[in-house]
Every structure is written in C-alpha cells, then in structure tokens.
Design a protein. Sequence first.
Length: 352
Amino acid sequence: MNAAAIQTQGSSGAGGQRKPPLLDVRNLRVHYPIRRGGLLSRHIDWIRAVDGVTLEIHRGETLGLVGESGCGKSTTGRGILQMERPTSGEVRFDGSELVSQWRRSGRSWRWSTPLLQLRKRMQMIFQDPYACLNPRMTVESIVGEPLRNFRVCKGQERRERVQLLMKQVGMDPRYIRRYPHEFSGGQRQRIGIARALALEPELIVADEPISALDVSIQAQIMNLMAELQKRLGLTYLFIAHDLAVVRHISDRIAVMYLGRVVELASSDDLIDSPRHPYTQALISAVPVPDPGVQRSRERIVLKGDVPSPISPPSGCPFHPRCPLREERCEVETPVLHSIGGGHQVACHLVKA
C-alpha cells in the first residue's frame, strides 16, 4: 500500500470521521537505572535509551524507523511490545493502553487474560537469526511454541499448522524435524518469520531483520515480508539503519537521534526533501548508483560524536553537532511539529 493510500485510510473513514491508528505511541520513555555500590547499591543516574518517542502506525502500513547505532530504535520496538518496561508514556494498541495495564497486572502480563489476548496480536522478528532460535529445539518445536504457550492447538493440528506456516514463508514443510544448525542464515530468518506469524498477529515489529544476512538474501526476505503483508494484511514497524532498504519497504519513515524522533514523513518526501539537519546528513551519506550524480553531491560531514544517553545535552539533542545551530537550540528542546503534507520535524529552524 502506498503512502497516499495510507494517509487517506488513516485520516478518514465512513462519514468523513478520522480512523484511529492501530498503534499510537505518545511520549514513550525507557530509562535504565545506573547503580553503584555492590550489594547495597544506590541509584546514581539514568541511561535515557528512549526519551520521548511519539508516533502512529495505521493498519496495513509499514513505518520505517531509522537512525545510527545506539539511538534507541530497538529499545523503542521492545518498549512498544512491553518486552522492556517503559518508564513513562502511553502505548495504545487498537484502543487499549498497554503501559497502565501492564503496571496494574503486578506480574508478567502474559498471565493476565486481557493482556494475553493483546499479546497474541503483536509479535517480533529479531535481528540475529543465529541467536534467536534455540539450537536444542527442532523447527516444529520453535515455530509451534507460541501455539503451545497460548494453547491455540496441540498434537497433529499443531504439526499441520507449523507445516502450513513453513509453506507461507517459502520453506519445505518436511524440514520441521530439523535443527537450526542445518539451515542457512536466510532460511533461519524465514523460520523466525514463521514463528512470528504463528498466532496470526496484526502488528509485527521487525528489528533489523536483514542486517545480519548476505546482500543476495536481503532482497528475498524483504520481498517475502511485502508479500505476507499484502496477503495477510499485516502492519509493520520496520527498524533498520539503511535508508535505501527502509525506503524500499516503508510507506513512512521516522528518523531517530539520541532517543527521540527528529523527523517523520512519507518515504519519498523524506528522502527527496529532508528538512532536519541530521536527516540531511544521513541522506548525503547514502551512495547514488549514478557516478555523475554521485560526484556532484555534497557530503555533509558531522563533527564530534553522538552524546552519551547518560548525560544528553540541554535543548536540542543534536545541537552540539548541528552546523546550523543557534543560541535558542542550546536551551530549548524542539517538539515534533507538522510542516504540512504529513511531514513532521523537531527543529527550531524549520517552519511550516
């Protein structure tokens, strides 16, 4: 589904009323405490891995989440799924607020019935296909584990369901009695995708699902995910650091820097007309296959290193490296605001 169709779908429904997004994240924060002192340790500071992320994803859409290593992309995905406990903020999935329900349950949310039903509808594809599959379990046990844990089916019915899932991801169903070490990286990732599909989810968080694969296999996995989305009506949060990959698969792209979303727009709009200085620097580093165009492009080289999430700078988190910064940027934190056409930017220097 293209970005224009997504925008129309997300903005209005029957009678011209706006349809709510499938996933609505507001001011999400995931902070990790830093302790010192051994057994009687005391809290001394926080690692601000995610520091106020706000985004929406509509049904059938793919939202790409990009940024350099350590910016909080994966932690955002895990925080949305409640695999990491959010420090604050709201995560609303199909109208149900997850963070407050998780806290009220007082225990692991998988055993709370309302949350259990929601958990079935949200799944994750992990980055490393070599580490995310238990080497002591057969493919039948790995893919069938969600079906067993959620008591969906058992026995022969579960085996047939696993075989069907293997077919859906382009694998021979006869392989279900094999172990992970008998497969290549691309095949292992297909098994991981089959496991994510086992409970027929609506939302899938794909955490850099192709970064550990050979280039020749990456396109196959992306095409498979696109085919499954079209066939099953899936919604993706696609986390990656490669803008070229994200543009190929995403309807919209959100750019993260130091735990915050600094720009969000449709894929074509963000790549062709980036407005945030950090996004402009990222795109300038992406090579173009045309040698003539590549030679004429101006590379934006950022000075300095990414600040520590333990002690982020005041004001705009990007201002220590921004070539356009002003005095205001050092003291005032910009908020993500709309500049028209669904394009949002967190920068004092960008106006509507």
